[in-house]
Design a protein around this ligand. Structure first.
Ligand code: MN
Length: 288
């Protein structure tokens, strides 16, 4: 894998010459000056309003479509939901697979807004034909075979940062997708592993302005997985918006306590409503 150099004298993140093979990185500002807007269904990511994707960690309850309608009413722009779950232990709940995706497609039908879900292997691509945005999770962030395959298709990709990856490495992963011709990539900060263990991961808020400066791609923040705790999600989400994030990924569950994965970090619908009100107020304040 390419080991990228640290900062150049101009402060830009640049691949070392011998690694880039004389190519400018397609994800870098030097390759494209203007911000890229990634269109996901009717949701433009990278434009004026922060686009919020909300929904359960895993689709582990009946009635996702009805719940998604409530999320949309609260202001969600995209519905998220996990069907295939890469869990740390193979004995944990691994998701309902195809049945989960079917429920998610019903939610898309019921709300008329796009959906995003995690793909773990390119062999699953046919199952994801009607899913608007494909998520590559932190554990697959340097699965270069998968990334290259996603470069060959015409569908937006939500690329999470590996929990042990630098920003250069994240951009290197984006490059594997873009090199194939798919430039619809959204970079996602989701917390990195540091010595701090009071939070599940350490949300690298500095990643947002650095990525915005060095890359033209939109930036998403996932405060849910960074926090690991429900009460931290709202302040971290607001911090992400204030730092310039274009998109948020928020876990919301009708009954977080009963969730089969990430139960401690999922918001209730009421908490999500409160978060959305505060996000829209903050955006308004930032325009002045
Ligand atoms: Mn989760």
């Amino acid at each position: 894998m390419a080991v990228l150099s640290s900062k150049s004298s101009t402060g830009l993140l640049e691949p070392a010459n011998n690694q880039a093979g004389g190519h400018e990185f397609l994800s870098h500002r030097v390759s494209k000056k203007n911000d890229t807007i990634v269109q996901v269904g009717n949701s433009p990511i990278g434009s004026y309003d922060v686009q919020v994707a909300a929904g359960p960690c895993s689709i582990d309850f009946e009635g996702l479509a009805d719940f998604a309608v409530e999320l949309k009413k609260a202001g969600a722009n995209i519905i998220r939901g996990g069907a295939f779950k890469p869990r740390t232990s193979p004995y944990s709940f691994l998701g309902y697979g195809e049945k989960g995706l079917k429920d998610l497609l019903e939610a898309k039908e019921a709300t008329g807004i796009p959906i995003v879900s995690e793909i773990m292997d390119s062999s699953q691509l046919p199952l994801f034909a009607d899913v608007d945005m494909l998520q590559v999770g932190s554990r697959n962030a340097q699965n270069f075979t998968l990334l290259s395959k996603l470069g060959e298709i015409d569908k937006p990709v939500l690329l999470k940062r590996g929990m042990g990856n630098t920003l250069n490495e994240l951009l290197g992963s984006a490059e594997y997708i873009m090199k194939g011709g798919n430039s619809s990539v959204v970079l996602c900060e989701r917390g990195i592993r540091t010595f701090e263990d009071a939070t599940r991961f350490t949300m690298d808020i500095g990643a947002v302005p650095v990525l915005k400066r060095e890359s033209h791609l939109p930036v998403c923040v996932d405060p849910s997985h960074a926090a690991g705790q429900q009460d931290l999600v709202i302040p971290l989400a607001l911090a992400a918006v204030a730092a310039g994030a274009n998109m948020l990924l928020i876990e919301v569950h009708p009954d977080p306590k009963s969730a089969m994965s990430d139960s401690s970090q999922q918001l209730t619908l009421d908490q999500f409503k409160s978060l959305m009100r505060r996000i829209r107020k903050l955006e308004k304040a930032m325009r002045h």
